[in-house]
Design a protein around this ligand. Structure first.
Ligand code: NAD
Length: 449
């Protein structure tokens, strides 16, 4: 099939590369010329394992990138994979996505109709066009994107349908997740649109022997599945954190408790690691967006509100544990880990942000370290000192706060000996991720153990 993917970020580039690899003819569109140049050059503008290889193999052949929408009318399917960030009040900002939907409509209108012009090769399944929203949007957002598309397309919208196909991949394992999904969700208004999505995905899933269940539903239910999925995962961590905070009060190791709890099939072992909380580019904005949409519709989502409140409180609880052992005013304090999770340089909504702010409020002299995320956090905290290694960050520090569970932190053993330590308690280590193995000679506090 001929496919256009509008938006070439984490999701769009992965989608475009994997569809090309499955044999489709793909045009990637992005407004950023650097992103377009990189793809045409056979490399990704973002860091994702395996993505560069796919782009190098297919760029210039079954995959090309452009800043223009003029390939849209020749395509059988156009995906919209534009970011959907939060407004100030937490509600979803659909501005970028509706602009892209409108431009997609205008491109079809510019070609005179909503049908595939074809290239004479006879490979097109039929001459109708399907627009598929890949972005994460709220159920009321579906109608807003549809309206924007129809506004751009005018009469050319005849015969065109809008479907939703939410994405569940994770940054850091995007290609592998996309090729081996736990489920594929098609939100359509017609049998025709479902069949087109099935035909599009068929070679992709067949090539990797992925045996993913396909959920066929309407567009609004499909996008709600995505929000329910993320809201559940975020709440599961918050519940583990809430219970972990209770364990800490009783001097009980929350990990021993949750390892046992996770053996219950109804609960499952994943996402029970308590600590300093969730961050990143998806959970916070998605939980906020569905809470705001619920409120707009007259419902107060009490559990989701609580999940956010518990999460917001974890960095402060970490700082309170520090206060119990050391007055860090004027003292050097190391923050180990700045990325929102290991394996990425993404610092959006990283727990390191409130931790650094809390240390600064206490008058501490903060020194940060992360194997890959330093430059990204430097934009937010240019005044902070950044070390080249964890050992250098610890050198002379009164206390260390561990915020990201990078594997390398587990083996820091001797590096703690270079800490200055607090007046009466020696080196203070507050571990927010249960990653530090050494305990001897340290005043060590786990957040929930
Ligand atoms: P991103 O910010 O990495 O990429 C979006 C891209 O769209 C950017 O390259 C930007 O230049 C481009 N763009 C913006 N406006 C445009 C326009 N009018 N025309 C063409 N290109 C335009 O976003 P992302 O992380 O890929 O996320 C996209 C969507 O997928 C979001 O709704 C997100 O919630 C969802 N999602 C993301 C992930 C993830 O792990 N990143 C996982 C699942 C779902």
């Amino acid at each position: 099939m001929r496919v256009t993917v509008v938006g070439s970020g984490y999701v769009g580039t992965t989608l475009a590369a994997c569809l090309a690899d499955a044999g489709h003819d793909v045009t990637a569109v992005d407004i950023d010329p650097d992103v377009v140049a990189a793809i045409n050059d056979g490399r990704a503008a973002i860091h994702e394992p395996g993505l560069d290889d796919l782009l190098a193999e297919h760029a210039g052949d079954r995959l090309r990138a452009t800043t223009e929408y003029d390939g849209v009318p020749d395509a059988d399917v156009t995906f919209l994979a534009i970011g959907t960030p939060s407004n100030e009040d937490g509600s979803i900002d659909l501005g970028g996505l509706t602009a892209a939907a409108e431009m997609t409509g205008e491109a079809l209108a510019g070609a005179g109709n909503g049908s595939s012009a074809g290239d004479g090769s006879g490979t097109s399944p039929d001459d109708r066009h399907l627009v598929v929203v890949k972005s994460t949007i709220t159920p009321p957002g579906v109608e807003r994107v549809r309206e924007a598309f129809f506004e751009g397309a005018g009469d050319a919208a005849d015969g065109v349908e809008l479907a939703t196909n939410p994405e569940f991949l994770r940054e850091g394992t995007a290609v592998d997740d996309f090729r081996h999904p736990d489920k594929v969700v098609f939100g359509t208004d017609s049998e025709w649109a479902t069949e087109r999505l099935e035909a599009l995905y068929e070679p992709l899933l067949a090539a990797t022997d992925a045996d993913a269940p396909v959920i066929r539903t309407d567009p609004e239910t499909a996008v709600m599945i995505k929000y329910a999925n993320n809201a559940f995962l975020a709440s599961k961590i918050s519940l583990a954190n809430d219970l972990g905070n209770v364990c800490k009060r009783f001097g009980i190791d929350a990990y021993e408790v949750m390892d046992a709890v996770g053996l219950d099939d109804r609960i499952g072992a994943q996402f029970l690691r308590s600590g300093v909380g969730w961050g990143g580019s998806c959970f916070p904005k998605d939980v906020d967006a569905i809470r705001a949409a619920a409120r707009e519709a007259g419902y107060e989502p009490a559990l989701l509100d609580a999940a956010v409140a518990v999460n917001d409180g974890q960095p402060e609880r970490m700082l309170e544990l520090l206060d119990a052992h050391a007055d860090v005013s004027g003292e050097r304090v190391a923050v180990l880990g700045l990325a929102f999770k290991p394996g990425t340089d993404d610092v959006r909504n990283s727990r390191a942000i409130p931790v650094i702010e809390g240390l600064q409020a206490r008058g501490a002299d903060v020194v940060g370290y992360d194997p890959v995320a330093t430059e990204n956090i430097r934009e937010r905290f240019p005044e902070v000192e950044y070390a080249d290694s964890a050992a250098a960050a610890l050198d002379g520090a009164t206390a260390a706060l561990v915020v990201t569970d990078w594997d390398e932190f587990a083996a820091l053993d001797d590096a703690f000996d270079a800490m200055a330590g607090a007046a009466t308690e020696g080196p203070v280590v507050i571990d927010g991720r249960r990653v530090i193995e050494r305990r001897e000679g340290l005043t060590y506090e786990g957040l929930t153990w």
